[in-house]
Design a protein around this ligand. Structure first.
Ligand SMILES: *Cc1c(COP(=O)(O)O)cnc(C)c1O
Length: 301
């Protein structure tokens, strides 16, 4: 199932046309790439007769929210291992955790030290002893089945785009896009976090392809924002009636606009932005912004 591409604008000075793929509209709650990443994992869990999904995430994780909801819809029990013990008695203050709990997800809070063990066999075995057997989804939901789902983001009707641009967290989504992009297309990834490990991660799931990472638009790191980004997101939604999330898609779109101004794209380029969703995170971000007396993201578009 493909989602719709929406025309944004033509820059006549630099002769580029920009469209946005509305993956954020794919599902009201399980928006964008998290839906793609869960699709074949849910099928696999059911095929193996696993009644439970277990996964990992931080307090504002789109993946935790998506897993909680999708698991409920699929009739699977869900367990979320959450980074930060101090959050255990603050569920009601955190919109993401509150939503996950309301979907029936069992939240299991661990210290930051223990959270780092999330890929260790003994740690996972301890979780199996405690919760019984489960289908494991790694942090951010990235595994081979998730990549398979993300290979369905691009469809044959996207063939005439020259550049495909998407946000990067763990690298799963861009890997799927790279695998299904055509040979004349270049995929540009915009990491939402600092670090140079991402290219190696992406090569594991996408061994070939024509792609690059643009590391200049993380705004100080994962979940970090500034007033410039917030006002960009607010201007963008006013003009285009499309809300962007501040952790991923907002940074990517900001970066592409900046690169257009700096003449990065050749004449006559046709650019497709992938809106990967993540809008559930805005509420939590606005609480943080308000606490720091900063302007908030306007959600009435
Ligand atoms: C998780 C997420 C991403 C990053 O996806 P990865 O597969 O981890 O790279 C991008 N955009 C949104 C909105 C997300 O929630």
């Amino acid at each position: 199932m493909g989602t719709q591409n929406q025309f944004l604008f033509t820059d006549r000075l630099r002769n580029v046309a920009v469209y946005i793929k509305r993956e954020d509209l794919i599902h009201p709650v399980v928006s964008g790439n998290k839906f793609r990443k869960l699709k074949y994992n849910l099928i696999q869990a059911k095929a193996e007769g696993k009644g439970t999904l277990l996964t990992f995430g931080g307090a504002f994780s789109n993946h935790i929210a998506a897993t909680a909801y999708a698991g409920k819809e699929a009739g699977l029990k869900t367990i979320g291992v959450i980074r930060g013990e101090e959050l255990a008695d603050k569920i009601d203050e955190n919109p993401t955790l509150k939503f996950a709990a309301s979907c029936g997800m069992q939240l299991h809070f661990v210290t930051r030290e223990n959270y780092r063990l999330k890929n260790e066999i003994f740690f996972l075995n301890n979780l199996r002893n405690e919760f019984g057997d489960f289908h494991l989804l790694p942090e951010g939901g990235t595994n081979a089945l998730a990549i398979k789902g993300c290979e369905e983001i691009l469809t044959p009707s996207d063939a005439d785009f020259d550049f495909i641009c998407c946000a990067v967290g763990t690298g799963g989504t861009i890997s799927g896009i790279i695998n299904s992009a055509l040979s004349h297309q270049k995929v540009l990834g915009f990491p939402a976090l600092k670090g140079d490990f991402l290219k190696d991660e992406i090569r594991i799931f996408a061994p070939g392809g024509h792609w690059d990472l643009i590391p200049d638009y993380h705004f100080g790191g994962y979940g970090k924002v500034d007033e410039k980004l917030i006002s960009f997101i607010n201007d963008f939604s006013k003009i285009n009636k499309i809300l962007l999330d501040p952790v991923y898609t907002g940074k990517m779109v900001f970066g592409v606009m900046d690169m257009i101004e700096n003449n990065y794209f050749p004449d006559n380029s046709k650019i497709l932005l992938i809106h990967t969703g993540g809008l559930q995170g805005i509420q939590g971000m606005n609480i943080k912004l308000q606490n720091n007396k900063l302007p908030i993201i306007n959600t009435h578009v």
